[in-house]
Design a protein around this ligand. Structure first.
Ligand SMILES: Nc1ncnc2c1ncn2[C@@H]1O[C@H](COP(=O)(O)OP(=O)(O)OP(=O)(O)O)[C@@H](O)[C@H]1O
Length: 124
């Protein structure tokens, strides 16, 4: 296979992101939540450590969803017909996304809870 330019490689990566965005409703939901939490973190004046944890958490959920999309495509390619192992592969992958989403909610509570509580206290 011939050597690619860096731009061509980025092009493939963006094509993958575009495909996942177009076909995966969950990813678009993550997109909306990502914009909301980044805006809220900005309003609350997150410190650098809070930003780092927030961005890592967002990346974790997006990466899990993208990996799940890639795995679904591979499973559909090798096993378009029903197969118990195909079901296991897809279910385990869905479990990974669920686990990451639950962790993200808990991390979100830890990150946003104290500053929101402190903000609320000023109005009580
Ligand atoms: N080839 C297959 N053989 C056996 N079971 C399958 C197969 N394809 C899908 N399934 C079952 O159907 C479920 C849903 O699969 P599907 O490919 O529709 O994912 P999805 O619901 O679109 O997931 P997502 O919402 O993450 O895109 C799987 O978790 C699995 O249990």
């Amino acid at each position: 296979m011939r050597a690619r330019t860096l731009w061509e490689s980025f092009g493939f990566a963006f094509a993958g992101l575009r495909y996942a965005w177009r076909t995966q409703r969950n990813l678009r939901i993550h997109g909306a939540i990502t914009i909301l939490v980044i805006a809220l973190a900005g309003l609350l004046g997150f410190d650098p450590l809070r930003w780092a944890v927030l961005l890592l958490t967002i990346a974790m959920v997006w990466a899990a969803e993208l990996f799940n999309t890639a795995l679904e495509a591979v499973v559909d390619l090798v096993s378009p017909a029903f197969h118990p192992m195909a079901r296991i592969a897809k279910d385990v992958s869905a479990g990974m996304v669920l686990l990451c989403a639950i962790a993200a909610v808990l991390i979100g509570l830890a990150l946003f809870g104290p500053p929101l509580w402190a903000l609320g206290a000023r109005f009580r």
